[in-house]
Design a protein around this ligand. Sequence first.
Ligand code: G1P
Length: 312
Amino acid sequence: MITKAIIPAGGLGTRFLPATKTTPKEMLPLLEKPAIQYIVEEGLKSSLKTFIVITGKNKSVIEDHFDPYPELDAHLALHKKEELMDGVNKIIHASNFIYLRQKEPLGLGHAIWCARHVIGKEHIAVFLPDDIIVNSNTPCMGQLMQIAMQEKCNVVAVQEVPIEDVGSYGVVGIRKQFSPNLFQVKELVEKPRPIDAPSNLAIIGRYVLSPNIFNALEELNAGVNGEIQLTDAIQALLLSGEKVFAYKIQGTRYDVGTPLGLLKANIDMALRHPKYAQPMMDYLASIDREMIVMQGQAQSLSKMKHSSGVML
Ligand code: G1P
């Protein structure tokens, strides 16, 4: 049985400054919910029950978000608006949260290692909260857990990325392909140069890992960027004889740790949401018309410049 998930949320969120100076990036909103709520919802849908959140400075609002707030509930009940908090309250009743502090920013691997004392001998799920996956019929983590339990192995989620982008990811090399989406992994390389990459299958922020990952992390030296890398620890598990599978996930993945990624995810989610789809489509269509007008103006401006011989 896999029941526990680790969510490393200690990072400084530098790609989103200054918004993240005081607001954790995990709390930035996707429609009306903070990003981390989608992660916990995916976990619950995958039948995980305990969420171990690795936090750091300025992250206590994450704890507040998943904490009961009886005064607010009473106020909403009075105004018959309880449904506004239904989603969060369901999560609070269905899950256990454990918060641990990452005392130093030594990398993703180090963040995961911080949970070593609260994990027993069972496999664990790991969610990177920057990666939000939408439009997948079954929750992404549920798909990985099924493979991990069947094959008694480690599983990482992957997606194909353009080869010039592999340097932003952990990348897997393939030993064997079992089906269009399932592979046995031969090697894992963190942030390779395109020329050194074993493939263009990039690790996306969902993992199911054997508890031996903590020993592997314990013995690891700093890797790329001087950080303890989770990818290197999984490679160490592979070398110790454990099986690692890669599962090409269905659905669209957004990196909501960047302004553009969060914007794209918001637009995509709005277009799939019963309340926001129509107003968002109307708005996008109006932008489209404005763009056509602007492009038309730009074209006639450029014609005028050429005909008058002005060089800008
Ligand atoms: C981390 C992992 C990397 C993975 C990526 C997915 O990198 O180290 O292996 O591919 O997340 O989002 P980061 O984005 O923290 O640099």
